[in-house]
Design a protein around this ligand. Sequence first.
Ligand code: GLU
Length: 399
Amino acid sequence: MTDVRVRFAPSPTGELHIGSVRTTLYNFLFARQNKGTLILRIEDTDQERLVPGAIDSVYDGLHWLGIRWEEGPREGGPFAPYVQSERLPLYREHAEALVAMDAAYPCFCTKERLAQMREEQQARKEITRYDRVCRRIAPAEARQRVDDGEPHTIRLKVPETGTIAYHDLVHDDVKWELKDVEDSILLKSDGFPTYHLAVVVDDHVMRISHVFRGDDWLPSLPKHLLIYQAFKWQVPEHAHFPNVLGPDHKKLSKRHGATAVREFRDQGYIPEAIVNFLALIGWAPGTEEEVFTMEQLIQKWRLDQVQKAGGVWDKERLDWFNRVHIRMLDDDDMAERLAAFLPAGASRDVISSSVPLIKERSRPWPTRVRCSSSFSSTSSSTRRSCCWRSASPRRYASC
Ligand code: GLU
């Protein structure tokens, strides 16, 4: 395999989301397994959605979870800067190159015209998408209007017929009809690229070997493939991971409860439990094993065992992992962590003496009420394993 270079590319639009940590964790495990490089790239091209403090939240949250990377905004690296808003000339240069090779075109449509177009399409119950009016302007005229300083965007020129196919490492062979792919904007009139252009240029320039991200990005892939094709660049391997879903099978969001890593830390979850729990949302190890440390995950996680279907968030299961991992902590370590939740100056002796009690109360197997009623044995080791398993909701059926 060529040198493994993977990246995670959060948009700083809020606190670090637990769902995006799962994707980051898989990137991290893959990088470690392959002695590769993990890169943090901040995708802040949508300036209207920036939230102050979001980058700190990425650093704090991932460091707390034990995820480390080699190149990034604060680490530096051979392809710095790693913040997209600091790389604008690169994107303009590439957008203009795409126009020059007839793979993109300037669009002079105003916001008002586009809004009206959308309204009319909706009234006709059509899919709303750009109607390609500016694609019909002769190139010489378009060039003149650009040179005259007329405000414009640059759009991808998607072929009107044919298909485009790709082999995704999770979803296998995927194919799109090009007639269904929109001429999306690549460069906005303010000079900022959109995600589609910036992600392809950066993944190429930063020599990313594998693009791992959530599968909500899969529909964008045909646009990205067209850009790779236009530049005759090698397409990195791609794996689109199933999203972390809420109990209603919609993408996990605030309406399902806590989603920010900080909230879980404040509620007393330990990073080992979160890492273990997240690793298993979307990955099936193929054995009965379910308790893993980060080191074990680095050994055992396998890309070809990642599932296509979304994994459902299950708080009860997270709580179970938390109890399991709390009991695995060394007493001093646990006292240290407890101290962080108590007022400064709290007695170390009191904290240390409460550790065994807390561990006792963190028994992962609950009492027999949780056991299947058909299970009557009281003290055999089988019973214990049954109850242990029953505490992990995924195992209820086998109890
Ligand atoms: N900036 C995108 C996000 O925050 C990343 C998508 C990608 O990894 O390509 O979801």
